[in-house]
Ligand binder design. Structure first.
Ligand SMILES: Cc1ncc(COP(=O)(O)O)c(C=O)c1O
Length: 456
């Protein structure tokens, strides 16, 4: 069995890239007339319209990345169906941006499916993944005619078969196999090891395929694999896809009429300008080498790679605290807005919005949020200029697993989201008001405040 890798996606020993290097690696961002822009919109304008903290996404960047991924596959004479993984960023406008490009969707809940449909993704381009789909969700997926349900266990296969049979339907299912390959990413987002909860053992899959053939409620349409997220080294993909291809050949030889292989998502992005092994051209070449000759349709489920570099979290400095041992830059954004640093020790680039600060002398600072936890730290010992209260900073590469993982911990309103398209900007999810937040809770009658007269 492969051992889980201890390697974090953001090894702390790497030197921090300079502001110039961060900018050079992110075509969505530029300094124009001394001001940091997302595409053609100054971040200061976004802060004025939406307030801070807020997420800002570049639609042009999302489109460019989708097209670049498609082109990398076209160069290999492949035309995979790209099912954008909603879990990375489920804002309707973001999903619609990819839908307009022709993307399908990878979903993991009834809510995701409803979002994908509402954003204009045709049902026959939506796949339904996830290790614990409920009966209600399976029924819903069948009722709207999704392309396929990616089944994660023998138990789930039995459940899907029984529900479909009762509805007088045949459920299109793909078996998600667990290839026991170490994706060499953070332990919390590795999914392709036997010790992980995901997928069906490669050795059990043929028997489940036979079961599908004999079941009136099941139509085995394909196989699927997903080894983890923020995958930085591509060799694990080659291992996993080779194993998947061998199994596909075995099933085809046994007469199973499978039509597709779904290769999951996971292609990483260089948050800290690490090495370039996350190259999408090399990824496409591996897909071609491993499954390209099967004669089956290829599905992909990328999330982070498409949308991660297309977003920033914009925050304002509340104050700078000079501690005994360190300088603390306290932002109005916190771990509830962007949990990745607290949860995965993730490293995010940080750029002052005022270009003059890019050339100022640097000294180390810890950048923290206002939440009452020491874990509410974005970075430690980062070389930053002398920031002052009111200065704006952008936390980079926050388009994936940012807003979707946010909470209102500490009764902090969810940060609004803004979509930039060329020189226009639209608020695509507003900040909730406190009244809206409080109205979500209901006091039982026995706790209702007494009428004013009773308080004397
Ligand atoms: C089944 C499946 N598909 C796709 C993805 C998207 O991964 P990523 O955003 O890393 O591309 C995930 C995320 O972990 C997943 O679990």
């Amino acid at each position: 069995m492969a051992a889980p890798s201890a390697a974090s996606a953001n090894a702390p020993s790497l030197p921090d890239p300079s502001f110039a290097a961060l900018l050079a690696g992110r075509p969505m961002l530029s300094l124009r007339e001394g001001a940091l822009h997302v595409e053609d919109v100054p971040l200061a304008r976004i802060a004025a319209v939406a307030g801070t903290p807020c997420y800002a996404y570049g639609a042009g960047t999302m489109q460019a990345r989708y097209r670049a991924l498609k082109a990398a596959f076209a160069a290999q004479s492949l035309a995979p169906t790209i099912c954008y993984a909603l879990k990375a960023n489920d804002n309707l406008a973001v999903v619609a941006t990819f839908a307009r490009e022709g993307a399908g969707a990878d979903t993991v809940s009834e809510g995701d499916i409803r979002r994908a449909l509402a954003a204009g993704v045709p049902a026959d381009r939506i796949v339904f993944s996830g290790v614990g789909k409920t009966e209600r969700e399976i029924r819903y997926a069948l009722s709207v005619g999704l392309r396929q349900i990616n089944v994660e266990s023998a138990e789930e296969l039995a459940m899907v078969g029984a529900i479909a049979q009762a509805l007088g339907r045949r459920a299109p299912v793909a078996l998600r196999v667990n290839p026991d390959v170490d994706a060499r990413t953070h332990a919390k987002i590795t999914t392709g090891l036997t010790e992980n909860k995901f997928g069906i053992s490669m050795t059990v899959a043929p028997a489940l395929a036979d079961l599908c053939r004999d079941h009136p409620g099941l139509d085995l349409v394909g196989l699927t694999v997903h080894i983890g997220s923020q995958v930085g080294h591509l060799e694990p993909y080659r291992d996993a896809f080779e194993r998947l291809a061998a199994l596909a050949r075995e099933l085809l030889a046994a007469g199973h009429p499978i039509r597709a292989v779904d290769l999951g998502g996971g292609l990483g992005i260089p948050y800290r300008d690490e090495d370039g092994s996350r190259d999408h051209h090399a990824y496409a070449a591996i897909v071609k080498d491993t499954v390209g000759g099967l004669g089956l349709e290829i599905l992909l489920e990328p999330g982070r790679w498409l949308v991660g570099p297309a977003g920033v979290l914009l925050a304002r400095v509340v104050l700078v605290k000079t501690g005994e041992a360190r300088r603390f830059v306290v932002l109005d954004a916190a771990m509830n807005d962007l949990i990745r640093p607290s949860l995965y020790d993730a490293w995010h680039g940080m750029l002052p919005v005022d270009g003059a600060l890019h050339a100022a002398p640097l000294s180390p600072a810890d950048v923290v949020g206002p939440v009452c936890e020491s874990g509410d730290t974005f970075t430690k010992g980062r070389l930053l200029p002398a920031l002052r209260p009111g200065d704006l900073v952008a936390l980079l590469d926050a388009g994936a697993y940012g807003a979707v993982m946010a909470s209102s911990y500490n009764t902090r309103p969810l940060a609004p989201e803004v979509l930039v398209h060329g020189s226009r900007l639209d608020v695509i999810r507003p900040r909730p008001t406190y009244a809206e937040m409080l109205a979500q809770d209901h006091l039982p009658s026995w706790l209702a405040p007494p009428p004013a007269s009773a308080t004397g």
